[in-house]
Write a protein that binds this ligand. Structure first.
Ligand code: BG6
Length: 502
């Protein structure tokens, strides 16, 4: 690990401080940055929730949750480990219902910012975002130097996203707002920028003249489980495509930014979103597939279908048996209508309860124009650049090489393989570690600007509307498979195939 800079002293205030995101992602990430010496001795982490816990209860809760979920926590020596103690001492808990007027406990604990970096991390329901910002301002907790981090989902459509942005924007300027998409904090995703713009090799080939198509797959083997209630109001299009997959598409498709800074990168991503060919009416029917998992086998274990999980999570309510049309899988064919990408399809696919947990970006180049190797026929496989986001992060360039030995020239598929684990050895930090430090250092490059979010909704909304209007039901697919058959047809009808080698 290189020498890491120590961040300025800060107050990190987590609204939703006892929730799943705080326990599974934020606190482990902060602990790991603390362990590596990046948090100043004076930095405090203040959790806000309605739970009624005091500081000691909260510290106990965090200790036991991290013991359960975070190998790095249990991997350290024992309870008396100084690093654990130091981290736990930073933690405070304030009980607050943000709808109430009495914010005195939080205001007293924090005091006025007085030049200190203060970060409000909103890991709570988006409908509370505006109220939290307004309340924090009214009670003197924030000033012009404070920052606010907004977790997704940011709205369920363009209008609701605009309403949240307006409310938050009534207190904070755009420079103070950090809209998180944790995919942008993933090492392999950042590496896409370096791969494209730190090497001269790919950029001359990165266009419609040389690239046949691009595939972006984010496959999960988990189901919706305990999140069924949230998920049912969202679905894969809102939960994954509108944000994570479109952000990946932007990084693949964008022009070289003038600088690697907040505005440079975000300006270029915005242009991609604005260039997406709208999918409306018949395009939606032709170019999108949505699915919903039924029961099946994942890794040899029998798992229930989505409807059962949803009914279980709603047991006792009248909705219990209402079938849901929420999609847990989406595949679609998008196009970036500009000079660089004219005619190059971008196939996007994501789903829950698929065969395995694997995400990748595949850039497929055009085939050689003419084969001179008769033994290989016309079928020399085209070059393919595969960026594996997870698991086994790395980059693989599929090539054709001569099979060694006598017997004439026998071309054979072979791959140049860059495994991050083998090459760099270090543990790859979780996306939240990087992104939280970026907020403290005031670097917005890997966060989404308001215009980006709204452009993404402008493109996604007609798809959602058409699904609702045409009553096009999600296609069932068995848990543990590759999604509905129509997703295979979506790409095969273009004479192409999904890359299933992950
Ligand atoms: C979240 C979605 O944003 O991303 C989840 O809400 C999804 O539904 C998760 O499971 C996937 O993230 P990762 O980092 O595990 O690929």
């Amino acid at each position: 690990m290189p020498n890491l800079p120590v961040m300025e002293p800060a107050d990190i205030v987590v609204f939703g401080g006892t929730g799943d995101l705080a326990m599974r992602k934020l606190l482990p990430a902060l602990y790991l940055r603390d362990r590596d010496g990046q948090l100043d001795a004076d930095t405090r982490i203040v959790a806000v929730s309605r739970s009624g816990l005091d500081d000691a209860d909260y510290r106990d809760k965090v200790d036991s949750e991290l013991r359960r979920t975070t190998p790095a926590w249990t991997g350290s020596t024992c309870e008396s480990d100084e690093v654990h103690e130091t981290f736990l001492r930073r933690l405070h808990h304030v009980t607050l219902d943000v709808a109430d007027d009495d914010w005195s406990a939080l205001a007293d604990l924090l005091g006025p910012p007085e030049g200190r970096i203060r970060v409000l991390y909103l890991a709570s329901a988006p409908k509370l975002f505006g109220r939290i910002c307004v309340g924090s301002h009214a009670h003197g907790i924030v000033d012009d130097a404070s920052r606010v981090v907004l977790e997704k989902p940011l709205g369920t459509d363009l209008a609701s996203a605009q309403a949240i942005n307006d409310e938050v924007g009534s207190v904070f300027s755009e420079e103070q707002i950090y809209r998180i998409d944790h995919y942008l904090g993933k090492e392999t995703v950042q590496n896409l920028l370096v791969l494209r713009f730190g090497n001269s090799l790919f950029e001359p080939l990165w266009n419609a003249g040389q690239i046949d198509h691009v595939q972006i797959t984010v496959a999960e083997s988990i189901g919706v489980g305990g999140r069924a209630d949230y998920y049912d109001g969202s679905g894969a299009m809102r939960d994954m495509v509108q944000n994570h997959l479109l952000q990946l598409l932007c990084l693949v498709a964008m022009e070289p930014p003038a600088r690697i800074d907040g505005e440079g990168v975000r300006d270029e991503k915005l242009k991609v979103l604005q260039s997406l060919r709208p999918l409306v009416g018949p395009d939606v029917v032709r170019d999108t597939v949505r699915g919903q998992y039924t029961e099946g086998l994942v890794d040899g274990t029998a798992v229930p279908g989505y409807g059962t999980e949803l009914a279980e999570s709603r047991a006792g309510t009248p909705n219990e048996l209402t079938p849901s049309d929420t999609e847990t899988f989406v595949a679609l064919r998008a196009e970036v209508a500009n000079w660089r990408w004219a005619g190059v399809p971008f196939y996007l696919r994501t789903g829950k309860r698929l065969a395995r947990h694997a995400s990748e970006i595949v850039v497929q180049f055009k085939p050689v124009p003419h084969s001179i190797f008769p033994s290989f026929g016309e079928e020399i496989p085209p070059n393919r650049l595969v960026l594996r986001l997870q698991p086994d992060e790395g980059v693989r360039l599929h090539m054709t090489a001569k099979q060694p030995g006598p017997g004439g020239i026998r071309p054979h598929p072979a791959a140049l393989d860059l495994s991050f684990a083998r090459t760099f050895g270090d543990r790859l930090p979780d996306a939240y570690e990087r992104l939280l430090m970026d907020v403290l250092r005031g670097n917005p490059t890997l966060f989404m600007r308001r215009d980006e979010i709204e452009a993404a909704w402008r493109w996604a909304e007609p798809v959602l509307n058409t699904w609702a209007e045409t009553d096009q039901k999600p296609r069932p697919y068995s848990a543990g498979g590759h999604g509905p058959a129509s997703a295979t047809y979506l790409i095969e009808r273009d004479g192409r195939a999904w890359h299933e080698d992950y």
